[in-house]
Design a protein around this ligand. Sequence first.
Ligand SMILES: [Zn+2]
Length: 437
Amino acid sequence: MEGQKKVETILSEMIRIPTVRGVSEKYKMAAYRALLEEEFPHVFSVMEKTPIEEALLLKWEGKDPSQLPVLLSGHMDVVDADGEGWEYPPFEGVIAENQVWGRGTLDMKGAQCAFLYALEEKCRKGETPERTLYVYLSCDEEVGGDITCSAVEYLKEKGVRLQAVFDEGGTLAEEYMDCIPGRSAVIAIAEKGSLTYEVTALGKGGHSANPGSGTAIARLAAFICSLEENPPFLRELPEEQRACLRAAARYMQGEKAEKFAAAAEEQDPAYPILHTICDDADARLGVTVAFTKIEGGHSANVLPEKAVLTMNVRVPASQPEKDVTRLLEERAGKFDVSVKLCGGRDASAVTSVDGWAYRYTEEILGRVFPGMPVIPFVLGGGTDSRHFLKIAQEAVRFSPIYIRKEQGSGVHGKNERIDVRSLYESVEYYREFLKNL
Ligand SMILES: [Zn+2]
């Protein structure tokens, strides 16, 4: 656009200001926010700005107060990178090989730059949206999002109810599930919950020459094997997973399409069809348990008096924390170990693919990327949107960013980069998104 810098130039500047929360010399949030105000002046003059600590809440009053507002959420913070093994340094915003390189290009300064760019155009034209639009730029998404909770409280106190929150999550993926050729728009309609437990086994201690059986480490090990071999949790394919398979089947042909369609309706408790088509069938079927840390003992010839296991448990919406904790406690009792919940959250509510927010997203995708498959899925991790679901009816987690297979490892990994072409497509997507609000 005339008079405005190229979108890739602005993104490059955004990458050059590190915003790694928790690393003081790499956390230049004030400078980053100042850059946004400088590059998107109309956004910041037209929209009402409320700082929530270092995060920013922007509001654009719509013409039609009878429609519930929507909120676009994007995080300004990024995870750290030491630069080792990178082709271009992570915080220099190098533009090379038709890509912008650096930490945050995919997660998620790229999408943020694209939507602010489109918003700037709209604000500059003096257009007003029908519905009220909020934009929330968080500063602590990668470290838990406590400040976002304050933002939600602030809105709640003001009596704000949202139709929908739009956040990151899905992308334009390549060869989705290795079955759909080309690009697909995958949209997260739910997030699994994440619970962390500590499991403790106590022992008598003593010399290792006469251990007897059932020592602390042996009981912990037996508990682990039992959970792996015979998990106590409900195993069923939830409706949100069925919706994903059903949608994917529509974009396939022949035998594959039939298999996916059959898996979507499968009722056999062993789910044989699902297992033939998905590597991640177990994760789709419900609770997963990852054993992530284990501690116990300090000497080769002394029995430990205590051994402690940490496990991270991901849960679907159908299995709330209290059920999962009860099942784990029952199982722990059989091995004389104790289970303690250390923190975490339940799964998010599931957004319907027949609701306004999903349909709206589908409609825009149809205009910007005609013919592209649109597939709902469940996110294994968490985004800021979960906090907003306290005041929002729906959440759609999707950035119109194209991530080629080899680029996928860049999110939180090495050589994070975005195609310049994808940035332009994203701007186009957000133009449509804003035009029809
Ligand atoms: Zn992110």
